[in-house]
Design a protein around this ligand. Structure first.
Ligand code: PEP
Ligand code: CO
Length: 447
């Protein structure tokens, strides 16, 4: 750690970096970014660490959710609002059913860069560079569109700033007020089975509020009923960008990556000798690491030692994404090792990334049943090992997309082409997301 600096990752091999055609242009852009204002404040990151510390002890639950990859094209107030709506709905269901505070973290306001399993893909017989997220290149299947362009880093920064600004306005300015609980239920959701089930709970909550008012409690003076904390997160993949937004906090003297409150390292970049782990080890934000079923207990222990040697509660979340058929076999040994070593991690279940497959017509999808099976396995393992299931990590959108199969109003393989707008992985739509929240609430209530 003594040799750590925001630049020290440059001395290590960094996986999954774009082939920028002009290194000088890239460095020029990064220099410019390093003079821009930070997007978040270090004190906020410390508050989130504190909240996650509660999640590591079962006194709170993390809901981390949003796009697989944010889009420059789908950038609008409506899209941000509708994503926030579904996350607020899920959070209220979890809070009401499980009786614990829900920490709301978006994969939003910076989730623009993607790791890929292959550097290239062939579309209509043309070999193209892989799409790496809108902060790198465009998803259109042409050679020109796929050329990495550093100017996109600036566009990504500005879109993140505008998105975060609107999120702050919504969550602090009245939209997240509990009295708006019905407004969060979008029309197409309200008419569905999941939406109606949500309405029943929303009515119960409103009745409880009315009861409190009748008892003489002045609810309008309760800030916690009118505002929520909403945090941002993304994968720390483009290390030049993250470096440029890393600043020394004048209060603590520590370095914070001010591009988001929480940063994570993905399954493909978590090598202990790699640049991404080096970078994460020195920033003081709360951080997370994705773990597939191939992670070994020793490897995970080494990750904990490297990223959280002082065993700070809330500092490190481990996001397991093992797949519905593997989690009950692969997770126990890891959980046991971490528990024995006394590392206070937040155990988080990402039931999305281990359950992706291609449908018969060649479309990348996931089935809600597999997603729910992985969540069930996650709760089962933690119950059996005496550890705390601390949260879930979901790819979703507020829109009525047809990207994942299943759900109460079932989406079939033939429906996938109807409204598939994700530029990367398939997301749950708002109804499927509520369905998932009801299931998680049940596991939290009756583990
Ligand atoms: C992701 O979260 O979109 C992702 C690529 O995940 P993972 O690193 O777990 O594959
Ligand atoms: Co994804």
């Amino acid at each position: 750690m003594t040799n750590w600096s925001p630049q020290s990752w440059r001395n290590y091999p960094s996986a999954q970096q774009p082939n920028w055609p002009d290194e000088l242009a890239l460095e020029h852009t990064l220099k410019q970014l390093s003079t821009f204002p930070p997007l978040v404040f270090a004190e906020e990151a410390r508050s989130l660490t504190h909240a996650l510390g509660l999640a590591s002890k079962g006194e709170a639950f993390l809901l981390q959710a949003g796009d697989c990859s944010e889009s420059f094209e789908e950038f609008s107030a409506d899209a941000i609002r509708d994503k926030l709506k579904v996350i607020l709905q899920m959070a209220i269901l979890l809070t009401y059913s499980a009786g614990v505070p829900v920490i709301k973290v978006g994969r939003i306001a910076g989730q623009f860069a993607k790791p890929r399993s292959s550097d290239t893909e062939t579309v209509n017989g043309i070999k193209l560079a892989a799409f790496r997220g809108h902060m790198v290149n465009d998803d259109a299947p042409t050679i020109d569109a796929r050329r990495p362009d550093p100017n996109r880093l600036l566009l990504g920064y500005h879109q993140s700033a505008a998105t975060l600004n609107l999120l702050r306005a919504f969550t602090k300015g009245g939209f997240a007020d509990l009295s708006k609980i019905h407004v969060w239920n979008q029309e197409f959701v309200a008419s569905s089975k999941e939406g109606q089930r949500y309405e029943i709970i929303a009515q119960e909550i409103q009745r409880a509020l009315k009861f409190m008012r009748a008892c003489g409690i002045n609810l309008s003076s309760e800030k916690d009923l009118q505002q929520v904390d909403f945090w941002t997160s993304h994968e720390a993949l483009l290390l030049g960008y993250e470096e440029a937004l890393t600043r020394k906090d004048s209060l603590s003297g520590d370095f914070y990556d001010c591009s988001a409150h929480l940063l994570w390292v993905g399954e493909r970049t978590r090598s202990l000798e790699g640049a991404h782990m080096e970078f994460l080890s020195g920033i003081s934000n709360p951080i997370a690491v994705k773990l597939s079923a191939t992670a070994s207990p020793d490897e995970v222990l080494a990750i904990c030692e490297k990223l959280n040697p002082n065993k700070v509660e809330g500092r490190l979340s481990l996001i397991t994404r093992m797949g519905s058929t593997k989690i009950t076999d692969s997770l126990p040994a890891i959980v046991r090792a971490v528990k024995k070593a006394g590392h206070p991690v937040v155990w988080v279940c990402d039931p999305m990334h281990g359950n992706t497959f291609k449908s018969e017509n060649g479309i990348k999808t996931r089935h809600l049943n597999d997603i729910l099976t992985e969540i069930k396995g996650f709760f089962q393992v933690h119950k059996q090992e005496g550890t705390i299931p601390g949260g879930v990590h979901i790819e979703l959108t507020g829109d009525n997309v047809t990207e994942c199969l299943g759900g109460a109003e079932e989406i079939f393989e033939n429906d996938l082409g109807l409204r598939y707008t994700s530029t990367c992985d398939p997301r749950l739509n708002a109804k499927q997301s509520l369905d998932l929240a009801f299931n998680v609430a049940e596991f939290l209530r009756n583990p």
